[in-house]
Ligand binder design. Structure first.
Ligand code: SF4
Length: 222
């Protein structure tokens, strides 16, 4: 019996995650915090392809008008559109919010389920969104992989994968379980600030030492 000792790859991953956690602030969903799953779900749906700063200006107003699934389920999508107009894809998202709220009322007594398999049944809620709700709202265990997590895990050499689904599967082997729920927050933040898709700022990267993809830096230049 006994615990298997971690592989060198997994020790390295933990070192990187630890370092990132010492360098970063929190993402939007982490700032919303635990225990407000409806708000987390609404924010997650709104945030698809939108900058967090924009989403964060809209979420409080949505919550003020429709603080729970019951009230949002009764809202007219046209009214919701007006409130979320700053957000990309606001027409689709307003219909989606009302639809999801309706399903929560009908099938879940107006509550957001804390189970990944139930969450992914909601329209427009993929594994990543569902995982975020599990992790951020309920403090549960999941490893949501979005494009940032996918890209950076590959850059760091943790995985060699072609798509986020494969990355998720591979990461479960590399990352010790107690870190799973932190990976999204840490890598998303890192991806937005330093390890950007087009132009990673390797010369300012706190984990460059452990990264096989680091580029010789052009400090001061974008
Ligand atoms: S060294 Fe560069 S590629 Fe590697 S994690 Fe840091 S920013 Fe990303």
């Amino acid at each position: 019996m006994g615990m298997m000792s971690p592989s060198p790859a997994s020790r390295k991953a933990v070192r990187v995650l630890t370092q990132l956690s010492e360098h970063q602030g929190k993402t939007m969903l982490a700032r919303i915090g635990r225990g407000r799953p409806f708000r987390t779900l609404v924010a997650t749906i709104l945030s698809a392809r939108v900058r967090d700063q924009v989403t964060e200006t809209v979420v409080p107003e949505v919550m003020r008008r429709w603080p729970n699934a019951k009230s949002l389920a009764r809202a007219r999508p046209k009214t919701v559109e007006k409130v979320i107009r700053k957000i990309g894809l606001y027409r689709i998202k307003s219909r989606r919010l009302v639809e999801v709220a309706g399903i929560l009322v009908r099938d879940h007594q107006g509550r957001v389920p804390d189970d990944l398999d139930e969450l992914v049944k909601l329209p427009g809620v993929g594994r990543k969104t569902a995982g975020c709700v599990v992790v951020y709202a309920f403090g549960g265990i999941a490893l949501p992989v979005d494009t940032h997590v996918h890209r950076i895990s590959n850059r760091l050499g943790w995985v060699k994968t072609k798509n986020p689904k494969a990355t998720e599967t591979a990461l479960y082997q590399v990352i010790p379980k107690k870190w799973w729920s932190r990976v999204n927050d840490l890598l998303v933040n890192h991806g937005k600030t330093v390890c950007k898709p087009q132009n990673p700022q390797c010369s300012h990267c706190p984990v460059a030492r452990d990264c096989p993809s680091r580029k010789a830096g052009k400090a001061g230049k974008e």
